[in-house]
Design a binder for this molecule. Structure first.
Ligand SMILES: Cc1cc2nc3c(=O)[nH]c(=O)nc-3n(C[C@H](O)[C@H](O)[C@H](O)COP(=O)(O)OP(=O)(O)OC[C@H]3O[C@@H](n4cnc5c(N)ncnc54)[C@H](O)[C@@H]3O)c2cc1C
Length: 465
């Protein structure tokens, strides 16, 4: 009988837990596995606080369903009845002259928006006639949007959204990692506008031809009734391997027969045939550097940002200028210490009592990292002042909760995908059967992390050595 292979998953965020789940599903009792998590809880950035009245999300608050992996995993785990779709207008706003201006989503709204000048609008409408770029190498998202839609669209529409949603600098962000679909449309159809219409038509025609049923229409964003932590709790409940909390892997030693010995911070060690690192790239760097200094440096040099989320609830009557949007993003030019504000109670009302308006402010990002270290009272006061200027808040918050994420999310620089591929190629020969996955590699949303976990597990073969 073949010896059971031992697998260690380093990192108990959604990527590590999903990897453990898909390993268990693929190999059953052919393996034994251990998930090693440094902190006292599983979930990583997924962190939900539940009080008797509120469900407060500290990190992610929902997932997109356009990428199906998170939705599909929830269904597979039997969570269908626990899924909640968004409510409300679905509108998003950009702060303009101190007030929220709706992000235009159709040609009439675009013609009317104060966010672009007449010249900027004409340039944007010309997108279908702009010739495609012949080169396929990665470029910054700023260059891509400026090329396709004009500099105004890049500066006044895309930049604020990226600064707030991706906590990223449009001048540096790689198009390939997060917006590869747009470059594909440009390459295939010559334009994003033409591409969106044509690909929609093609999909419809292909579905008709194959007789396939129309896929179920889903709310664009979903969460779970008790918060996203419910996904983490359900996943960990299904895992039959060893799950270690408050345990960090501090070093990886190569031992005989191509196996590894993982040093833990509690003085113990774990023998492993296969290792999956589902940790931030700087943490991968610490473990890989002793084997290859250059690769360690490369992984260490990948930047991360820092952010704090400050959630506050107000009595509905205390909000002078009621808000119907999912969020307001703040352009850099506004010069205020707020990156964005999310309308948490508007997006999903089950998370709070009916008479409460819940807003979540984002603070930090490039050049403002110091704000995250402000004492709690000062941070709440700072965010409240900014929200007051926008919405007119008469009373004090009925509840407030701060989460500090330092580091928060990776900043994918141009060429990031090539670098990750180079690291994986080098690892395959230098440290065979050690894999990297998770948000540091090829996508940071929850569905991305689940897809990356699936892809990593699909590469693993137990017949070696
Ligand atoms: C404020 C904020 C809001 C967000 N909003 C959304 C959203 O609405 N929707 C969405 O889809 N995504 C959102 N994201 C992104 C998403 O939450 C993350 O990209 C994703 O959860 C990352 O998962 P991960 O498993 O790759 O990494 P992490 O969640 O960072 O998990 C990595 C884990 O590894 C552990 N670890 C590190 N080093 C070691 C070691 N040496 N040994 C053992 N363990 C170790 C860490 O403690 C951590 O728990 C948001 C992120 C942030 C910060």
């Amino acid at each position: 009988m073949r010896r059971k292979k031992k697998i260690t998953i380093i990192g108990g965020g959604i990527a590590g837990l999903a990897a453990a789940y898909y390993l268990q599903k693929k190999f059953g009792d052919e393996i034994t596995y251990t998930v090693v998590e440094k902190s006292a809880v599983f979930g990583g950035k997924i962190s939900t606080t539940r009080t008797d009245k509120f469900i407060i999300e500290g990190g992610p608050e929902s997932f997109v369903t356009r990428k199906r992996e998170a939705y599909d995993l929830c269904i597979e785990l039997g969570l269908e009845d626990r899924l909640v779709g968004t409510e409300g207008s679905g509108k998003n706003y950009i702060l303009h002259d101190g007030r929220p201006a709706a992000v235009p989503t159709n040609p009439i709204a675009l013609a009317r928006t104060p966010l672009l000048s007449g010249k900027g609008k004409i340039r944007l409408f010309k997108e279908p006639f702009v010739p495609p770029r012949m080169e396929t190498s990665d470029e910054t998202f700023s260059t891509f949007i400026s090329r396709r839609l004009g500099a105004e669209a890049a500066d006044h529409l895309a930049a604020p959204a990226l600064r707030s949603i991706y906590l990223a600098d449009i001048e540096k962000l790689s198009t390939a990692v997060s917006f590869g679909r747009f470059t594909e449309l440009e390459q295939k159809y010559g334009s994003i506008t033409k591409g969106m219409f044509s690909s929609m038509k093609e999909k419809k025609a292909a579905r008709k031809a194959s007789g396939e049923a129309k896929p179920k229409k889903l709310s664009p964003f979903m969460t779970l009734r008790s918060g996203l932590l419910e996904l983490v709790e359900t996943l960990t409940g299904r895992l039959t391997g060893d799950l270690l909390l408050e345990t960090a892997v501090t070093a990886i030693k190569k031992v005989e027969d191509g196996r590894y010995q993982l040093q833990l911070n509690n003085g113990r060690s774990l023998d492993s045939d296969i290792v999956i690192m589902a940790i931030p790239t700087f943490a991968m760097a610490d473990l890989i550097a002793p084997h290859d200094g250059k690769m360690g440096e490369l992984l260490h040099s990948m930047p991360y940002n820092a952010v704090a989320t400050v959630t506050m609830a107000f009595d509905a009557g205390d909000v002078e200028r009621p808000f119907d949007g999912f969020g307001v993003v703040v352009p850099k030019e506004a010069g205020i210490p707020l990156l964005a504000c999310e309308g948490m109670s508007i997006k999903f009302s089950h998370r709070n009592p009916e008479d409460q308006v819940v807003l979540r402010g984002f603070v930090g990002g490039k050049g403002h990292e110091h704000l995250i270290s402000l004492p709690d009272d000062a941070l709440v006061a700072l965010v409240k002042k900014q929200l007051d200027n926008i919405f007119g808040l008469k009373g004090e918050p009925t509840i407030s909760r701060i989460y500090r994420w330092q580091p928060a999310t990776p900043q994918y620089a141009v060429g990031h995908l090539e670098t990750i591929t180079a690291v994986e190629t080098k690892l395959a020969t230098l440290l065979p059967n050690i894999y990297i996955t998770g948000s540091g590699t090829r996508g940071m949303g929850i569905p991305d992390c689940i897809r990356l976990a699936q892809e990593t597990v699909s590469k693993i073969d137990l017949i070696f050595g």
